[in-house]
Each structure stands twice: as C-alpha cells, then as structure tokens.
Design a protein. Sequence first.
Length: 211
Amino acid sequence: MEWATQRFQQLDPKKAQRIINAAVTEFAEKGYEAANTNEIAKTAGIAVGSLFQYFKTKENLFRYVIHLGAGIIETDIAAILEAEISAREKIRKMMFLTINACKEYPEYQQLYHEIAATGNRELILDIARELESYAASGLIKLIKQGQERGETRTDLPAEVLAFTVDSAMIIMQYSLSTPYFKGRARLYKVAPPEEFAEQMTEILWSTLEKR
C-alpha cells in the first residue's frame, strides 16, 4: 500500500504484524486524534523513530490499517458477488459476512465506528468515501445481477434497493459491536447472531423479490 514505506514492506512479517496490531488497538481505543504514536511504538516494541521510518506520518499509518481491514472484507464481498448462487443466497451470505466480521475483527469494527462518528474531519470523510464506494458498487452490482436474472424486482432503482440492504447490514453490525446499539437490540429481543442474520435475510428478500 502506498502509505507504508518500502522499508516497512521489507520487514519480517511477525514484526510488521506487531506494529499493525499495536496501531489498530490504539486507534480503535482512542480514535485518530487521541491516538499516540509513542504508545503504538512502545506496544510494538520499537522506537518511535523507527515507526516513522515505516510510516512517514500518523495519517499514513491510520490509512494503512484502515485499508488493510477493508481489504479483508472486500475480498470476501468479491467472492460472494462472483459466486454462481441466487440473489437471495448472496444477500444471506452478506448478512453472515457482517456477523463474522464483528466476531473475527472487533477492533476493526471499532475503527469503522470511529470513522462514522468523526464525520466532520476531512481525513475521515475522505476515508469514508473510499471505503463506502466499494460496498455501494458491490451491492448495486448484486441487485442488478438479480434483476437481470428475473429474481429481483425492477420497479425500483437498483441503487435504492442496494441502499436498503446496506442500511440493514449497518444496523446489524452496530447491534453486534457497540454497547449502545447492543442495548437497543435487547429492547427488541433480537435473536442470537446467526438466527438474526437468517431473519434479516428473510425480511430483506421479501422486499427485494420480484413479484
């Protein structure tokens, strides 16, 4: 990635991973503004001067870890989009992908929420546009594939239907990964995650299915 120097790219993988893990934890716990590069270096077991030989700025390090996490999810989304399965099954897999991401990458979820919560900073807005554009184009493609196959309704624009799916995924993500929305979900007696995903799939497909 362009935000890391060649020196970082040539590091021993274990050392590089220690730096990434330390950065993700610091940014997730404190947010971009309050995160301290001295603490990141200390946790990673390196000098702060070395950290800036690997990433020229704090912003570069932040962008690097954000896009690293996004890349993992984008690979999974691409596999779902290319799979020879029905539109309904693709929606279902997207729901379960959201659940698995919350389980396997909780700190990246915190980073995502940091981006969403700090929307008044140009850096955050810029990153949000980059990350959301991939998900948006992927979901629109999914809906259009379904429309072409006669599975998905065509009386509404694919973009509106894709936005509906995306909104449901975000609410599910928040309900599984943030204290406030976890409490909110309990008010509605939301089912355990896997059952919740099946229910959301059923609701969404009843809206998307061609009549």
